[in-house]
Design a protein around this ligand. Structure first.
Ligand code: T5A
Length: 204
């Protein structure tokens, strides 16, 4: 069975940790699993990621949004859709919801345009289920303390608060796809909640 799962949340919420645990679990029970990330996942999209996160020149908000969209279109066409067509499971560390939360909620770009851009970039592809790992931005910041901040992480706590609020609004609007998980407890406990939700959605 092929399915597509995305992990979302503010910076440092623990997505990557959960994605890796889920990959180990699904692989151990026989699924073929592809793990990927946004921005990224293909050579071109990784090059765009490098520019987006580490550009020495300032990037305008519209440019930033369109670069995320360009990376996404390539990611969908070159990696995600072919993997799903081969019957594989795709786990993505972020997907289209990130643009709604960060460039829409965080930067204040018009939400209807961000959504239309996403629909174009993904050619209508949506995850079967999205895990929103919800945590206080101060905790996310502490979890990232030892790492050097990239361009977007450097925007501070108020920005992360707006991003978090946008994610929670999306989860309220689409409860059948977006499962909000409290990301404060231990990684083991969060992993258990994720497995439970997958079972409830008939994906396990
Ligand atoms: N972006 C992305 C946009 O603005 N628009 C878009 O459209 C897209 C796609 C890159 C940036 O790009 C932005 C968002 C981002 O700012 P990223 O690489 O996913 O995206 O960056 P981060 O979200 O910052 O990813 P991180 O890897 O830093 O954080 P994670 O994946 O949320 O957290 P993780 O799992 O690496 O954990 C961080 C630390 O916390 C510990 C881990 O061991 C690790 O040390 N940890 C926990 N500690 C205690 N309790 C738990 N439950 C823990 N879970 C993990």
């Amino acid at each position: 069975m092929s399915f597509f799962i995305s992990f979302e949340g503010i910076d440092g919420c623990g997505k990557t940790t959960q994605l890796q645990r889920l990959r180990e679990h699904l692989t151990s029970i026989g699924y073929t699993v592809i793990t990927t990330r946004e921005p990224g996942g293909t050579a071109l999209a990784e090059a765009i990621r490098n520019y987006l996160l580490h550009s020495p020149q300032p990037l305008g908000s519209r440019t930033e949004l369109l670069l995320f969209g360009a990376a996404r279109a390539q990611h969908v066409d070159e990696l995600i859709r072919p993997a799903l067509e081969r019957g594989e499971v795709v786990l993505s560390d972020r997907f289209a919801d990130s643009s709604v939360a960060y460039q829409g909620g965080g930067l204040g770009l018009p939400l209807d345009f961000v959504r239309r851009m996403n629909a174009f970039a993904t050619d209508g592809l949506q995850p079967h289920i999205t895990f929103l790992l919800d945590v206080d931005p101060a905790i996310g910041q502490q979890r990232r303390l030892r790492e050097k901040e990239d361009r977007i992480e450097g925007r501070g706590l108020e920005f992360q608060e707006r991003v978090r609020a946008a994610y929670l609004e999306m989860a309220q609007a689409e409860p059948e796809r977006i499962v909000t998980v409290d990301a404060t407890p231990s990684p083991e406990e969060i992993h258990r909640h994720i497995l439970q939700a997958l079972w409830q959605h008939g994906l396990l």
